[in-house]
Design a protein around this ligand. Structure first.
Ligand code: NAP
Ligand code: ZN
Ligand code: ZN
Length: 349
């Protein structure tokens, strides 16, 4: 077993604190990654506060992991010691159901094994995430990361990047489409960069007037302050797609009306409470509401390669791991530009 240093939430809504545990030994198909950076996703916050129910404690969050491989199992084919590697939201799945066979492991019909808060398939031991100094992962659930990119800025691609890339690809978003991005946070700022790179006209729909200049710098063509009724009305019946990344409860009806006929709102954000919507808002213009969960392993690699080709990375604020609890508070206030990333070297301080 491999002694591992981490930060964990001991129970719901209790601040994260140093935590030691043991990772499994490196098996024949595993790689051992020395974690350099881990992004801070709003899903980490939802789960450490048990806002979705079913959280398991102690919890070591973190599913935007980048680091260097320091050991490989005897049967590992695609990685070698010294390679840069990434791990996203899952570390295993059943591998045999139709979804797994189609490369859609995130929709595994048995249930994917989450990078944290799950159970390892063989041992049944809890999985612990990337707020730690190392992780052991089966090579099939490990991603290749380009050595040319800044690893700290790549880390958020492992969740925020793939979660926004996957629906943009699924719905073939590109030139000629008007895309609205609701919420300019971790997911939202990646949605702006990716949708713009794919050729769409991008509008940020934000509650924060102060984010306009940033939105434009990230690649958005328009910026709408959603609290301003006149601005909101100016984009009624306008969008082909709305990527909804909002993490807090909100009145969906106000925003569904921004879709043109046959337009689709894709839900990515998971507020704790279920939204309400009058059916006429959909019926009247054959509008659709859809959802999307992260992305499969092959698609995550495709996204990383797309980002390397287009030089797309996250805009980050690097933090010391001891500041994680404060980072959560700032994230709740929308005070992050646009992703916190933990420098795991600070675990040794
Ligand atoms: P984040 O960085 O905190 O960004 C969320 C943004 O939502 C904020 O920056 C803010 O943008 C907006 N917002 C916050 N409170 C709001 C309110 N009361 N009303 C309207 N807008 C509000 O969070 P994130 O990491 O991007 O995650 C966003 C959501 O996606 C979370 O619920 C997370 O759990 C979920 N998620 C889902 C998946 C998936 O697979 N579907 C994957 C990862 C994360 P403005 O200031 O611009 O309004
Ligand atoms: Zn995430
Ligand atoms: Zn499966």
């Amino acid at each position: 077993m491999l002694p591992t240093k981490a930060y964990a939430a001991p129970a719901a809504s209790v601040p994260l604190a140093p935590f030691n545990f043991e990772r499994r030994d490196v098996g024949p198909h595993d790689v051992l990654i020395d974690i350099q950076f881990c992004g801070v996703c709003h899903s980490d916050l939802h789960q450490v506060r048990d806002e979705w129910g079913g959280s398991v404690f102690p919890m070591v969050p973190g599913h935007e992991i980048v680091g260097r491989i320091t050991q490989v199992g005897d049967h590992v084919k695609n990685f070698k010691v010294g390679d840069m590697a990434g791990v996203g939201c899952m570390v295993d799945s059943c591998r045999t159901c139709p979804s797994c066979q189609e490369g859609l492991e995130q929709y595994c019909e048995v249930g994917m094994v989450g990078t944290y808060g799950g159970r390892e398939k063989g041992t049944g031991q809890p999985t612990y995430g990337g707020y730690s100094n190392q992780i052991v992962v089966d090579e099939q659930y490990t991603l290749k990361v380009s050595d040319k990119l800044d690893p700290a800025r790549v880390a958020p691609l492992l969740c925020a990047g793939i979660t926004t890339y996957s629906p943009l690809r699924q719905w073939n978003v590109g030139a000629g489409h008007r895309v609205g991005v609701m919420g300019l946070g971790g997911l939202g700022h990646m949605a702006v960069k990716l949708a713009a790179a794919m050729g769409a006209e991008v509008t940020v729909l934000s509650t924060s007037p102060g984010k306009e200049a940033d939105a434009k710098a990230l690649g958005a063509h328009k910026f709408v302050v959603t609290k301003d009724a006149a601005q909101l009305k100016s984009v009624s019946n306008y969008f082909d797609f709305i990527i909804n990344t909002v993490s807090a409860p909100l009145d969906l009806g106000q925003y569904v009306g921004l879709l043109r006929r046959d337009g689709t709102m894709i839900l990515l954000g998971v507020p704790p409470e279920a939204p309400q919507l009058h059916a006429f808002l959909l019926i009247g213009k054959r509008r659709r509401i859809a959802g999307s969960l992260i992305g499969g392993i092959a698609e995550t690699q495709e996204m990383l390669d797309f980002c390397a080709e287009h030089n797309i990375m996250s805009d980050i604020e690097l933090i010391d791991i001891k500041d994680i609890n404060e980072a959560y508070e700032r994230m709740l206030k929308g005070d992050v530009k646009y992703r916190f990333v933990i420098d795991l070297a600070t675990l040794n301080n």
